[in-house]
Design a protein around this ligand. Structure first.
Ligand code: NAD
Length: 323
């Protein structure tokens, strides 16, 4: 029997084609914009959908589940899945999947490294300086930055993405220390990473802190005012994981009064809103949640999400079930 699938916003064609080729009936939100929860519910009430391919910008909780009792699978087009209420889904026998992949980890790791170099070499500030026609000739003391070689990288979270960041960091001559609730033997053996027992130990000794944990109750505001004060005044904080892992109001203050030297954020606590004051600071680089936005990664995410839908219908066992 044909299956009805709703996709909350257009994703790369490769995933959509996989579903259509299986003979499923696929409806896609016709507007290329985020749907509010009310709009999602309105769409889901139009038909008896069997599965939804959701995005990280969709807030999916009991209200959505109850409005569409025929939907038995929410396949998220993202590595993270904090936009869905897993417990409420489980209570209703609904399956949730995410869409991790080696190419997503690669894209996010490369973006992390790009932020690290952009901070150290002050690329964005310098670009702005030239555009404002302030460049009058070479100066001995203009935009003095930092070298990366020999510095210490503190990884918080050493799963798929953290591991890939460790791979590049080793190649770039950084010393690596890390904290994770689970040890990662690969990065210890292959990249010489040293395990620390606490987040605090990492913060005190690192020149660059990079966050790669999922958003959970245990990681919300993992970096708060107190912990920012533990970091070296010369250090950088990079967050390409999820916004609420950092207390953004505390970060704005820490950057303004130079508790730390700089920050690179791809994700924001109240996104798409940005905490007041951050935009005025020179010592922060902001990217609009694009760390996985490479052609390769986004195509793979579409394939993984679609394959989860197909596996769910064909054998009831999608590879990336998370609840
Ligand atoms: P992963 O599950 O492979 O790794 C996460 C690691 O965090 C695991 O090793 C886990 O043990 C560890 N962890 C969990 N709770 C912890 C805690 N309280 N303290 C310390 N460590 C803890 O996930 P991943 O693929 O590496 O992705 C990490 C996160 O990156 C995702 O959850 C997602 O939110 C985010 N992400 C962001 C983008 C982006 O576009 N910016 C893209 C992909 C993923």
């Amino acid at each position: 029997m044909s299956k009805n699938i709703f996709i909350t916003r257009k994703i790369p064609d490769i995933g959509i084609k996989m579903l259509i080729n299986k003979g499923y009936s696929v409806d896609i939100n016709p507007k290329d914009e985020v749907l509010s929860q009310k709009q999602i519910i309105k769409y889901l009430k139009k038909k008896n959908y069997d599965a939804v391919l959701s995005l990280l910008t969709d807030k999916i909780d009991s209200k959505v589940y109850d409005s569409a009792p025929s939907v038995k699978l929410y396949a998220n087009y993202a590595t993270g899945f904090d936009n869905l209420d897993l417990n409420e889904a489980k209570k209703r026998g609904i399956i949730i999947t995410n869409a991790p992949g080696d190419l997503t980890s690669e894209a996010v790791a490369e973006h992390t490294i790009a932020l690290m170099f952009a901070l150290a070499a002050r690329i964005v500030e310098a670009d702005e300086f030239v555009r404002q026609k302030k460049y009058k000739g070479w100066e001995p003391m203009n935009f003095i930055g930092e070298d990366i070689l020999g510095k210490t990288l503190g990884l918080i979270g050493a799963g798929r993405i953290g591991e890939r960041v460790a791979f590049y960091s080793k190649g770039l001559g950084l010393k690596i220390v890390y904290y994770d609730v689970n040890r990662n033997e690969k990065i210890e053996k292959e990249y010489g990473a040293i395990y620390c027992n606490t987040v605090d130990e990492i913060l005190k000794q690192s020149d660059v802190i990079s966050l790669h944990v999922p958003l959970l109750d245990s990681t919300r505001h993992l970096i708060n005012e107190e912990r920012l004060k533990m970091m070296k005044p010369t250090s950088f904080l990079i967050n390409t994981s999820r916004g609420p892992i950092v207390d953004e109001i505390a970060l704005e203050k820490a950057l303004r009064i130079k508790v730390i030297s700089g920050a690179g954020l791809d994700v924001f606590e109240f996104e798409p809103k940005i905490t007041k004051g951050l935009l005025k600071l020179q010592n922060i680089i902001l990217t609009p949640h694009i760390a996985s936005a490479s052609v390769e990664a986004r195509n793979q995410m579409a394939e993984v999400a679609a394959q989860n839908v197909i596996d769910f219908f064909e054998n009831g066992k999608p590879k990336n079930q998370v609840n």
